[in-house]
Design a protein around this ligand. Structure first.
Ligand SMILES: [Zn+2]
Length: 88
């Protein structure tokens, strides 16, 4: 996912503008791993292997996302960690 693509995204649930934290980047401003957060509904959308996971809650697989959140735990904000605890 590129940064210009991110600029076009909004939260699929409430259409809010999103924030992004970039963890790893590839050439040409391609975001490989990162975390998108919605300031309104506090949802977290991980970017895994360049793909933002922005699907309905019912289809999200906490087990598949878990390794990502463990890997980047040190980089998560307290707010993000609080959202994760709510989801569990
Ligand atoms: Zn939202």
């Amino acid at each position: 996912m590129t940064k210009s693509f991110f600029d076009k995204l909004c939260c699929p649930f409430d259409k809010s503008e999103l924030s992004i934290q970039v963890f790893t980047e590839k050439e040409n401003n391609v975001i490989h791993e990162g975390l998108i957060t919605c300031p309104t509904c506090k949802r977290l959308y991980p970017i895994i292997h360049g793909v933002p996971i922005m699907i309905p809650d019912a289809y999200r697989e906490a087990q598949l996302e878990k390794p990502f959140f463990i890997k980047w735990n040190d980089k998560l904000s307290l707010e993000a960690k609080a959202s994760l605890m709510l989801e569990e």
